[in-house]
Design a binder for this molecule. Structure first.
Ligand code: FAD
Ligand code: NAD
Length: 463
């Protein structure tokens, strides 16, 4: 058996793992990264990037439909058609560009890459099953970055017409009818895109409303838009399984069972950390619920074994995984780093988009913090009007005692691009006065952030 030594072994080349390996290489650590699949993990191959490509295609098609049906802009064009196979080829091209880019970046950082499935023998030794046989890797430090996978419902196992997000992001024809089970991030992002591409979409959500991780004020514009698009949202509803002929989905709402036509069924009821197959039981690492327990340096309960990304818990987001990856590389290289980020932005790429970071008004209240809350609605934003979509708002939550910004939430067209400004304000400890005193370019949606801060100070100008 071939044996290799290194200072750092990273298991999993998703955004957590590959960023960790690149940073470690930059810091001069002799690093190996192992992945059983393509570089880039869930994010680049079957997650963030493919879903955003599909959403973009859905928006483009929907705009074209709008133009063909008459619109206040005075633009007229013929009805569009879509070749989804071509859309997927375009999407796959983006994925290939990005994943091969990761390969180049790893090479530049002098990181060795091994393709194969890794399994711990002990805390410092890992066997990797490659196409050419098993390779044994001994490392001074190991980082577990094995990510997450979709939760499967026993009554609707994946296969045939029952899809996980992975298959839904590779369809070659738009289904006539699509039922989305689970009205969270993935279901609504992908479901909305398929609705805009022409599918008849029904969302089956167990909870009382969609996107339960956000407060009702933030999700209302999304619910309104779904209704306008003709997406039926069933709340308090549970998918019981396929009908006997497999044509329809049986959905329980209270005492009633409803049958819904379903050419395809997308099940998006959450993701589980990948805990199987890499030797968790051999290491006996401490858990934190269903995730690996880590401390503020991403150390697990075993010396020199670290964990980052989706295996370490919520929020399961690519940028959190990347930030943890950088931190761990720097800790291993001797840096005195700790996880001390003020806020992790969450963006939901639905229509309109949602951004949230820090404390919501209810969370601040729950912690007994006296806060002032102000919002600026996009109905009063010139930029929003010129974009033809004035739904939504920016809301800011500030500590009453000194105006420190504790949270920012927003919902609106393209609002994801404002998340950087929001994060910077929070990470730098801005107060309402700081945001209000900053000149924001006109006409932009960013002005609404400044206006919300002005309203906190009782000096709102445009409402
Ligand atoms: P992953 O990206 O899951 O990578 C883990 C890697 O480990 C995989 O490549 C896997 O092959 C490998 N692996 C596992 N076990 C082994 C083993 N034993 N040996 C070798 N290799 C192994 N997040 C956002 O921030 N923004 C978004 O817009 C967004 N959109 C998403 C859309 C979808 C449809 C999905 C599914 C997810 C989305 N996410 C998004 C979440 C994001 O993809 C994850 O949070 C992120 O990929 C987690 O990174 P990670 O490095 O922890 O793990
Ligand atoms: P989610 O937690 O966002 O949503 C799951 C939804 O399914 C919830 O609304 C829940 O109430 C519902 N549900 C649970 N069991 C159900 C059942 N039996 N029947 C019907 N509904 C049920 O999970 P997800 O959409 O699978 O996404 C997983 C994770 O991936 C997210 O939490 C997020 O961390 C990440 N993600 C992020 C982005 C982004 O950043 N834009 C996009 C996609 C995914």
């Amino acid at each position: 058996m071939e044996e290799i030594d290194c200072e750092l072994l990273v298991i999993g080349a998703g955004p957590g793992g590959y960023v960790c390996a690149i940073r470690a290489g930059q810091l001069g650590l002799d690093t190996i990264i192992v992945d059983a699949a393509q570089l880039g993990g869930t994010c680049l191959n079957i997650g963030c990037i493919p879903s955003k490509a599909l959403i973009h295609a859905g928006n483009a098609f929907h705009n074209a439909m709008t133009f063909s049906a008459g619109n206040p802009l005075g633009i007229t064009s013929g009805p569009p058609s879509i070749d989804l196979a071509a859309t997927m080829t375009w999407k796959d091209g983006i994925v290939t560009r990005l994943t091969s880019g990761v390969g180049g970046l790893l090479k530049k950082a002098k990181v060795r890459h091994v393709t194969g499935r890794a399994r711990f023998v002990d805390g410092k030794t890992v066997d990797v099953e490659t196409a050419d046989g098993v390779r044994r890797i001994r490392a001074a430090h190991v980082v577990i970055a094995t990510g997450s996978e979709p939760v499967e419902l026993p009554q609707l196992p994946f296969g045939g017409k029952v899809l996980s997000s992975t298959e839904a992001l590779s369809l070659t024809a738009v289904p006539e009818t699509l039922v989305v089970v689970g009205g969270g991030y993935i279901g609504l992002e992908i479901g909305t895109a398929y609705r805009k591409l022409g599918a008849q979409v029904t969302v089956v959500e167990l909870g009382g409303r969609i996107l339960p991780q956000y407060d009702a004020a933030l999700t209302k514009p999304v619910s309104d838009r779904l209704a306008r698009l003709g997406v039926e949202v069933l709340t308090g509803a549970s998918a019981e399984g396929l009908s006997r002929d497999g044509e329809t989905l049986l959905v329980r709402i209270g005492e009633d069972i409803r049958e819904i036509d379903a050419e395809k069924i997308l099940v998006t009821v959450g993701r589980n950390p990948v805990m199987a197959g890499w030797g968790l039981s051999e290491l006996g690492l401490e858990m934190d619920g269903r995730f690996l327990r880590i401390d503020d340096r991403c150390r697990t309960s075993m010396r020199e074994v670290y964990a980052i990304g989706d295996v370490t818990g919520e929020p399961m987001l690519a940028h959190r995984a990347m930030a943890q990856g950088v931190l761990v590389a720097e800790v291993i290289a001797g840096g005195k780093r700790r996880w001390d980020h003020g806020a992790i932005p969450a963006v939901c790429f639905v229509d309109p988009e949602i951004v949230s970071l820090g404390l919501s008004p209810a969370e601040a209240e729950g912690r007994g913090i006296a806060v002032d809350v102000a919002m600026f609605p996009f109905v009063a934003s010139g930029r929003a009007m010129t974009e033809g979509d004035d739904s939504g708002f920016v809301r800011i939550v500030c500590r009453r005692s000194d105006g420190l910004v504790l949270g920012i939430q927003a919902v609106g067209n393209n609002i994801s691009e404002l998340s950087a400004a929001f994060s910077l304000a929070m990470e730098m400890g801005a107060t309402a006065e700081d945001v209000a005193a900053t000149i924001h370019a006109h006409p932009t949606r960013g002005e609404s952030f400044q206006e919300a801060a002005l309203r906190i100070l009782g000096r709102g100008l445009h409402v």
